[in-house]
Design a protein around this ligand. Structure first.
Ligand code: GUE
Length: 285
């Protein structure tokens, strides 16, 4: 079988166009504050991507760059100011942060109704209990890619490789909420291939270049590659999946670049529009 390639880039073009239409209908201009600490080139490049995408969708973005010497209390004070500013609807602090700053303290400081990353423990808990919540952008993008491909999670075996708070755990939760049978694999999993090769839906989110080969994949499976690994010699981006081999066996596959990455940004725009509407928690029970 040769896999259908799910283009996150093409889907993003369509969805961002629809979002731009929605933005035009809103009474307010959605506004996103992005805070970037330090000078990691990859982080700077992602933030530029977010800025560009906001602009194209008619979303106002404010980007704050800080040196890596920024103190935690200074960062928390800036978050407080954005929390109180009613013209700002979404707040995103680019991760990872320098070691002297507690990521948990920062994430918990962001107002729950401005947490467009969906990392705040209240949003995480709401997702777990099946309530409406801001949902992390990468997992949301993955679900959208499955949906447009006609891959229905209900009753399927889904295997998630990677258990990060940002991607692995929440995408497993979303798949479970859609009635998939979900298994998580990680660095301590024994005989990885024996587990992943049972997956109808395989999510590769371990952050290890090329770790998923043809032997890890079931014939006809949907393979979603979340890897964003930079090849040092060429500077090119590469996934966790050996694309050329796996595409001959899988039913669906996402490329890197042009797959999950653009969808992550698209879902950030989606969450920012949702935050600007301000109705996420209206049905509070
Ligand atoms: N608070 C926070 N929220 C995040 O959502 C977040 C974060 N921190 N830290 C870093 C990761 C990584 N991330 C990516 C977003 C887009 C692409 C993307 O658009 N990639 C393009 C290529 C970009 C390139 O070539 O540099 C692609 O895959 O086609 C990649 C990675 C968001 N993250």
């Amino acid at each position: 079988m040769t896999a259908k390639i799910i283009s996150g880039k093409e889907l993003s073009t369509q969805l961002r166009g629809e979002l731009a239409d929605e933005v035009r209908e809103l009474k307010v201009t959605p506004s996103l504050a992005v805070i970037l600490v330090g000078d990691d080139p990859a982080s700077h490049s992602y933030v530029r991507g977010k800025e560009k995408a906001c602009k194209a969708a008619g979303i106002h973005s404010i980007v704050k760059h800080h040196p890596s010497s920024l103190r935690e209390d200074e960062l928390l004070a800036e978050i407080d100011a954005f929390n109180e500013d009613s013209s700002v609807h979404g707040i995103l602090v680019q991760l990872p942060l320098p070691e002297h700053i507690s990521e948990n303290a920062v994430i918990e400081r962001i107002a729950v109704n401005k947490d467009v990353d969906g990392f705040h423990p209240v949003n995480v808990g709401r997702l777990l209990t099946g309530k409406k919540a801001f949902t992390p952008c990468t997992p949301l993008g993955i679900m959208k890619m499955l949906e447009i491909s006609g891959v229905e999670p209900r009753g399927k075996r889904a295997v998630v490789v990677g258990r990060s708070q940002l991607v692995g755990r929440p995408v497993g939760q979303l798949l479970l909420n859609e009635d998939a049978t979900v298994t998580y694999c990680h660095s301590k999993t024994k005989d990885l291939a024996s587990v992943t090769s049972q997956a109808d839906i395989l999510i590769a989110a371990a952050g290890r270049a090329g770790m998923i080969g043809e032997a890890h994949v079931k014939e006809g499976a949907a393979v979603i590659d979340v890897g964003v690994n930079r090849v040092e010699s060429t500077g090119k981006l590469t996934g966790d999946v050996q694309f050329e081999d796996v595409k001959e066996k899988a039913g669906w596959i996402t490329p890197v670049p042009g797959g999950v990455g653009p969808m992550t940004i698209t879902m950030l725009l989606h969450n920012t529009v949702e935050a600007a509407r301000g109705t996420m928690f209206d049905d509070e029970s």
